[in-house]
Design a protein around this ligand. Structure first.
Ligand code: CA
Length: 235
């Protein structure tokens, strides 16, 4: 009886081990199919102690912008698709800014990728830069769709599947091309350019909001954001 029992135990353990190995192989295969190797893009290296730098010299060339070119006030957002506060800024604060300042032509708003949250942030930045090159008129809707997909949990959600979904929501016409170019890291130079800006201006938090060269100290307070923009409008 004892031998039979231990034989059954050994068989169960063997099956369990086989099961675990099979699961690992399958999950690795899935990884291979759906992940983009963003390691070569590096990470942003900033120093929390030194504060923001050279805010009147931020190079906004080629950055996505909403608003009119001739707007007097330039708002720059350093943001990250995986940052919870950036989601709040995008979905709760930005709509009012659009109504009050952007639609009226007083201000224009630029977005610079600030990939602080690892691989998912990098992938989001890369997808953003790729779409800006391919279908710039869909970019703003894509950005909003990605932020809307951000969950309240810590899990990694910003995958190539999330990019496809956001592209679909934004009515991107050639999603296959977008995915292909993201996987080929085609626009990695543009992501590196943003990372260089993050380092140059020593951005350590997201969102960081700059209005005509001036930092909004608490960008999560809509009244303060308005106050800084109102002052810039008057100048
Ligand atoms: Ca950029």
């Amino acid at each position: 009886m004892k031998n039979k029992g231990s034989l059954i135990f050994t068989m169960i353990m063997t099956l369990l081990v086989i099961g675990v190995i099979a699961a690992l192989i399958i999950s690795n295969q899935n990884k291979k199919e759906s992940s983009v190797d963003t390691e070569s893009l590096g990470t942003a290296n900033t120093n929390n102690q030194q504060g923001l730098k050279l805010l009147d010299q931020i190079d906004i060339k080629d950055q996505p912008m909403i608003g009119k070119d001739e707007a007097k006030v330039t708002i720059i957002e350093f943001g990250d698709f995986k940052c919870p506060a950036c989601k709040v800024f995008e979905l709760d604060i930005k709509p009012d800014l659009k109504k009050k300042y952007i639609a009226s032509g007083k201000a224009k708003l630029y977005f610079i990728n600030t990939p602080f949250h690892g691989e998912g942030s990098m992938l989001g930045s890369l997808a953003a830069e790729t779409l800006i090159k391919q279908e710039p008129d869909k970019y703003s809707a894509f950005q909003q769709a990605l932020f809307e997909m951000q969950p309240d949990t810590e899990e990694e959600w910003l995958t190539i599947d999330a990019v496809k979904k956001a592209a679909k929501t934004a009515a991107v016409s050639n999603i296959d091309k977008l995915v292909k170019d993201v996987e080929a890291l085609k626009e990695k130079a543009a992501v590196k350019k943003d990372i260089n800006l993050v380092e140059k201006h020593n951005v350590t938090m997201t969102p960081t909001i700059i209005v005509n060269g001036k930092e909004v100290k608490n960008p999560m307070d809509p009244a303060e954001v308005d106050k800084v923009i109102d002052e810039a409008v008057k100048q």
